[in-house]
Design a protein around this ligand. Sequence first.
Ligand SMILES: CSC[C@H]1O[C@H](OP(=O)(O)O)[C@H](O)[C@@H]1O
Length: 338
Amino acid sequence: MARTVDWDDGDGGAVTAIDQRALPGEYRVQRLASVDSLVAAIADLTIRGAPALGGAGALGAALAARRHPDDPARVRAEAERVAAVRPTAVNLRRGVERALARLDEGADAVVAEALAVLDEDETTNRRLGRRAADVLTALGPDRPLRLLTHCNSGALATVAWGTGLGAVRELAERGRVAEVLACETRPLLQGARLTVWELREMGVAHRLLVDSAAASAMARGLVDAVVVGADRIAANGDVANKIGTYALACAAVRHGLPMVVAAPESTVDHATVSGEDIVIEERDGAEVRAVAGVPTAPEGTAVYNPAFDVTPAELLAAVVTERATFRAGAWEREAVLR
Ligand SMILES: CSC[C@H]1O[C@H](OP(=O)(O)O)[C@H](O)[C@@H]1O
């Protein structure tokens, strides 16, 4: 599988992206040669997932710098259009800002920094996967685990490897996964369309379930632990993630099951004091009124469609990054990175 987002330096430069709207039916890569097309791809979730958005943001700054090499003000304005597309995942704006910080050195430096963002992502996610797998192993029973996950936090949500599902990959390589229960994740079905597709590619045993069956699966003893990704983590460990995550945390606590969030440091926003300060993206009601273009509600029905919710840290067993763990109310930093 290609990187979820990447750079093609030919013909003046372009962003390449796996078209996540086409999966699971078709695997295709789009070539995005303008900031307009990149903005549209982020807005319609052709590109989605916090670390993948971080890479897309950095590449957006690179694309703008290539298109307007002698007009820094225009580059900054175009890069801001990319950063502003989706407000909740902190990675998007951070990726833009990190690449843009080298604008004074010229377009090639901006491109080089964007490529560094991409190169670092897989190494970060593999380290994160090892740490999160260690935590899940310590919290779960001493046998292969039955894990429940929500939305998609796999390679498709990152540049490569994955975060929550990256921990599953690591556990599977250790022979420590019995089964993954993947919530379909209404309304855009990232779980059904993307996580199931990735689990098949990984050869990991899995079943798909409707979101409303998750609590029942826990109540019936089908789950040992819950593992998900994140879009923004506040300084106090509160986590913004796909809508439905908070409900899973409530059910996990009710049934005495550990819930672990796995996300890179680039998703932790220490400037956001608590989850109450995280802006939650509200998306178009059309996403809920139809599935794959087939109406499932009367035309014009009013809709409540937040893309994310916030899970208070106290409902989580641990929030794990590649170099720290938040548990029992505090961040514990890894002394030595491995
Ligand atoms: C590893 S970040 C994955 C995170 O992003 C998803 O949101 P979206 O598909 O809308 O970009 C979801 O919250 C996942 O947990």
